[in-house]
Design a binder for this molecule. Structure first.
Ligand SMILES: C[S@@+](CC[C@H](N)C(=O)[O-])C[C@H]1O[C@@H](n2cnc3c(N)ncnc32)[C@H](O)[C@@H]1O
Length: 195
């Protein structure tokens, strides 16, 4: 691949408003997942959070120990402008692979598919490092191919299992029944626990 998916790339996508992934609100799968969690004290990370509608929803629902991270400052600034009271120490302008921290829960939505495919194993390793024992990664992954040279990059359950099954107990990796309409039938919901 010749395209470099670095900070400059993502910032230019935001500045040109080429953000087809941005649905403008918390998505149903993440909302419903959050709604059934009882423990609001969980330390939560949303990597590649973008405009972070999921974070706004989670924070308003009582998850105060919530961190968002993105390689581009643009969406993080948008978020802080909308939510000036959100703790700045919980907003990380950083490459995911450089981030240090410990979390009980990491939420995934259209971040994994935005990474170069050759970094997928590194993603699994980094998620493992960032989670506490029995911590979990939950969210959605695409279950289709796109056939493009630029993100999103698709994949299959079989491929995803190859990255995660050594390090995690795969509790759920199944067709997502409550995807947003444009993604219906093309996502799997995942819930995997650090071994
Ligand atoms: C496809 S967008 C998804 C944004 C958001 N999750 C959503 O659903 O609207 C991918 C996001 O990941 C960020 N990103 C890409 N590579 C990253 C990296 N290595 N570390 C942190 N963020 C990264 C991009 O800046 C972008 O905001």
């Amino acid at each position: 691949m010749t395209l470099s998916l670095n900070e400059q790339y993502w910032t230019s996508r935001y500045k040109q408003n080429l953000i087809g992934w941005d649905v403008g609100q918390v998505t149903f799968p993440i909302k419903q997942f959050l709604d059934q969690l009882v423990n609001k004290d969980l330390r939560v990370l949303i990597p590649g959070a973008g405009n972070a509608y999921e974070a706004a929803y989670a924070y308003a629902s009582g998850f105060k120990n919530l961190h968002i991270l993105d390689i581009s400052k643009v969406p993080l600034d948008n978020f802080l402008e909308k939510y000036p009271d959100f703790p700045k120490s919980q907003v990380h302008h950083e490459n995911f692979f450089d981030h240090q921290g410990k979390y009980d829960l990491i939420l995934e939505q259209t971040f994994f598919c935005a990474l170069p495919v050759e970094l997928r194993k590194d993603y699994a390793d980094k998620i493992h490092e960032l989670l506490v024992q029995d911590g979990q990664l939950a969210g959605v992954l695409f279950n289709r191919e796109f056939g493009n040279d630029n993100p999103p990059f698709g994949g299959s359950v079989e491929e995803y299992r190859s990255y995660f099954s050594n390090l995690f107990e795969i509790k759920k990796m199944e067709p997502c029944y409550n995807s947003i309409p444009p993604r219906l039938g093309s996502e799997v919901f995942i819930k995997i626990i650090k071994k």
